[in-house]
Design a protein around this ligand. Structure first.
Ligand SMILES: [Zn+2]
Length: 178
């Protein structure tokens, strides 16, 4: 069993005894009170946005994890949101852009390390159209944004696994396009 957080959690969140141990890849059990705690995959969205020159919109991360590396815009779904709603909200918050259409592209498993907990994540990517780029502005967790040519774009400029894979997947598709 490979539970990536087994060195992080020892105390039971229900009875408080230091009797918590890994039960599966994503769960923990308390040997004192039998409580079971799951750390399930969080849903997250990624936007693939290109301009009229077919250049990809990439952002630079302002904060850890992977501070300073390239990223694709997006983020975690909030409880009660659809993945489409989370994408529209995140792109407005991060870049002040209004998504007017979106189409599912692909998904990848990812992990997100944050303050000693490694969260499992399911990243879902959508190709998005925006109403205008005139309002674009780096906000929230974004240090900057760039429109970059897809051919030759190095995936290693991206810090996190999913944006790397999404970019590579889309790069492959657009190379096939007429
Ligand atoms: Zn307990």
């Amino acid at each position: 069993m490979n539970n990536i957080n087994q060195q992080t959690f020892f105390h039971c969140p229900k009875c408080g005894k230091p009797a918590l141990g890994p039960r599966s890849e994503n769960s923990f059990a308390c040997s004192a009170c039998q409580f079971v705690f799951y750390l399930n995959c969080a849903a997250a969205c990624i936007a693939v946005i290109v301009n009229e020159k077919n250049q990809l919109l990439v952002t630079r991360r302002k904060k850890d994890p992977f501070k300073g590396t390239f990223d694709l815009p997006g983020g975690f779904a909030e409880p009660g949101e659809s993945i489409e709603q989370s994408l529209i909200r995140e792109i407005k918050e991060e870049l002040n852009l209004d998504i007017i259409r979106l189409e599912y592209l692909c998904s990848f498993p990812n992990t997100y390390p944050y303050k000693s907990v490694v969260y499992p994540v399911t990243d879902m990517a959508f190709v998005c159209g925006v109403s205008t780029f005139d309002t674009i502005d780096a906000r929230d967790d974004i240090a900057g944004f760039y429109f970059v040519d897809l051919p030759g774009l190095d995936k290693n400029m991206f810090g996190m696994d999913s944006p790397k894979k999404v970019m590579e997947y889309y790069q492959g598709l657009s190379a096939l396009a007429p």
